[in-house]
Design a binder for this molecule. Structure first.
Ligand SMILES: Nc1ncnc2c1ncn2[C@@H]1O[C@H](COP(=O)(O)OP(=O)(O)OP(=O)(O)O)[C@@H](O)[C@H]1O
Length: 589
């Protein structure tokens, strides 16, 4: 076996030889190649029109590179018949004499161990060098071949480059794998229905100036193809080695093919981590009070007006603010949140508008930009605006009115473009009446006002609990009694409190069924709604039927509509559950 062959290729070639012997072939046999007639070739070419259409320009582009050398590049269909060949004039006659021409079949059964036959069988690139060929008549050849797959991952052919062994260079296998890669990328790109392929199109465009590092890995993570950009990162001798991502880089799968035989990946420098803001899909709500606010918020997202969100603590004001930003035209720009109640009065201006170097004792030597400037072109979320001092309100008013800021210690003003979303749990008209909030600022901030409902006024506590619980622990599940208790609590801490109670409960229930004893309220427990006070059914906010409906839906949701499992959890027979589904008109969405 030749020394240029990698160990995994050695195995493939050895097994191929064994198959040839098993069929009764001998290396000394004379090869009786069969070549199809012109019309049969045309018919095969018609069947592989799509492949050929893309292959011809790729093959043609290869030719000028190797003008001096003697070689032949061929394309076979998936049955091993050559459907296209390009060779240098010097090699043409020789190629014809060994049946390396259109219409000839190069499967193992006909040609013994050879690169095309082995690559089509093993679905991996392979180099077959000199005496690795089964038939002695082919011993003068060095051939490298690589399979071609379509966008669905099905084998559709192979490319092969052959030359005399005296002309062999170590670039033969990389060359053929790059040829296959280029061809395959073209095939993938032409499949317009697959979204991720647009990335490839983009990459291909960029390839000349900024080649994207592309690799193909086999199912054992070994590198079977690498373009030059990839080699520059992971080394030129990477083929056949196990792929390990380098520090500072991330891997992006471009296509993962059926049976996971191989996948194409791109490697990119690790992006600088960017804050991920909430989006509207993160806001759960099925009751009219919350869905109405959500609809208004979606509309408000497309407007530039300032927005005032009011609602008790934990009702989701920041969640809404981020979602509005994410859905707005500013979504690519920063979302900066400032908790106004947390900034000491003396520092409000420097925090919001920044400061020049040496502006005050304790300031950073280089000065600092403020939140307004940090949010330039994006959204500034001013939380707890009702807790700002009157002095800070005056400074804020100017910035909001004139859209300019003056850093502390500076004489120069700066133009800023921010959309302001303010939030408060206070009733600002009351604050205005008590002279704690400026009326002019209130009207500036209140372009659009949205009021978020407190949890106790929402009728979807059960569904919201299931949604939150799913995120906390997929296996945890609320019992009927636990659900009744959740409905009876007054929820001063709103969704935040619900989330925290469910987290604790899932922990106490150890991922199983959450019972009332697992629900631990910290405050607001009255005699009446203490879990241990009176057992289930002591107090019903919902009618029995409503609770039943909700429990059934929640269970089906949790079991992803597995009826047997849901019936088991509900402790009813499957028939009873089916009857209830018909009775309540429930269908799987
Ligand atoms: N409708 C909702 N769907 C899903 N999660 C929600 C919903 N409302 C609130 N939450 C969650 O509840 C928690 C509290 O929400 P958020 O911080 O937005 O409330 P807030 O009103 O800004 O509170 P505070 O006024 O105390 O700052 C967050 O974890 C948020 O993701």
């Amino acid at each position: 076996m030749s020394s240029v062959v990698y160990s995994h290729e050695f195995e493939m070639i050895r097994e191929s030889w064994q198959r040839c012997y098993a069929q009764g072939f001998l290396p000394t046999d004379s090869v009786r190649g069969q070549v199809l007639s012109e019309s049969q070739i045309r018919s095969l070419q018609k069947d592989s029109r799509f492949l050929l259409e893309h292959a011809i320009p790729v093959f043609n582009s290869l030719f000028p590179l190797y003008k001096q050398a003697e070689y032949i590049a061929v394309l076979t269909d998936c049955q091993g018949t050559i459907i296209h060949a390009v060779s240098t004039p010097q090699f043409q006659e020789l190629a014809d004499s060994i049946y390396m021409r259109p219409g000839a079949n190069w499967l193992e059964d006909t040609m013994g161990t050879n690169a095309m036959g082995v690559t089509l069988r093993e679905k991996k690139p392979v180099l077959v060098y000199g005496e690795d060929h089964f038939y002695q008549t082919n011993h003068f050849l060095a051939c490298a071949a690589s399979p071609i797959f379509n966008a669905q991952g099905e084998l559709i052919g192979a490319v092969n480059i052959s030359c005399r062994i005296e002309q062999y260079t170590s670039s033969l296998l990389p060359l053929v794998t790059m040829l296959a890669d280029t061809l395959q990328n073209r095939l993938l790109l032409s499949d317009a229905h697959r979204e991720h392929l647009f990335t490839l199109r983009h990459m291909e465009k960029l390839e000349n100036e900024h080649p994207t590092p592309l690799l193909t890995l086999d199912n054992e993570q070994r590198i079977v193809r690498a373009n030059r950009a990839a080699e520059r990162i992971i080394g030129r001798d990477c083929l056949g080695k196990e792929f390990r991502i380098k520090e500072g880089y991330v891997m992006e799968t471009i296509s993962d093919h059926s049976q996971k035989l191989w996948r194409s990946i791109a490697i990119r420098p690790r992006p600088v981590s960017k804050q991920k803001n909430y989006v509207f899909d993160d806001i759960f709500g099925t009751c009219p009070t919350i869905t109405r606010v959500k609809q208004l918020a979606v509309r408000a997202a497309s407007m530039e007006m300032p927005l005032l969100l009011s609602g008790e603590s934990g009702t989701g004001k920041e969640l809404f603010a981020q979602s509005i930003h994410s859905a707005s035209a500013r979504s690519d720009q920063p979302f900066i949140a400032v908790n106004c109640s947390a900034i000491p009065e003396d520092l409000v201006e420097s925090e919001l508008f920044g400061y020049e170097r040496g502006a005050f004792t304790g300031a950073k030597a280089d000065g600092s930009i403020g939140k307004f400037e940090a949010a330039h072109n994006g959204t500034l979320f001013l939380d707890e605006i009702g807790d700002m001092s009157l002095r800070a309100q005056a400074a804020l008013l100017r910035a909001v009115q004139e859209k300019v800021i003056t850093p502390v210690g500076s004489v120069k003003s700066k133009q800023v473009n921010v959309r302001i979303i303010a939030a408060t749990h206070k009733h600002l008209p009351d604050e205005i009446r008590s002279k704690r909030f400026r009326e002019d600022l209130y009207y500036r901030l209140k372009g659009i006002q949205l009021t978020l409902p407190p949890l106790r006024k929402r009728s979807d506590i059960g569904a919201l609990s299931t949604y939150l619980l799913r995120k906390i622990d997929d296996d945890a599940f609320l019992s009927h009694d636990a659900l009744s208790y959740l409905h009876r609590h007054s929820w001063p801490g709103n969704v935040r409190e619900l989330n925290s109670i469910l987290s604790q409960a899932a922990f106490l229930a150890d991922g199983g069924i959450i019972e009332p004893m697992h629900l631990q309220w910290e405050q607001d427990l009255t005699e009446e709604n203490t879990p241990s006070s009176n057992g289930a059914g002591a107090y019903h906010r919902q009618s029995l039927e409503e609770t039943e409906k909700e429990t059934i839906l929640r269970t089906l949701d949790t079991t992803r509509w597995n009826i047997s499992r849901a019936a088991q959890l509900l402790q009813v027979s499957r028939n009873t559950l089916y009857r209830k589904l018909t009775e309540y008109g429930f269908h799987r969405q």
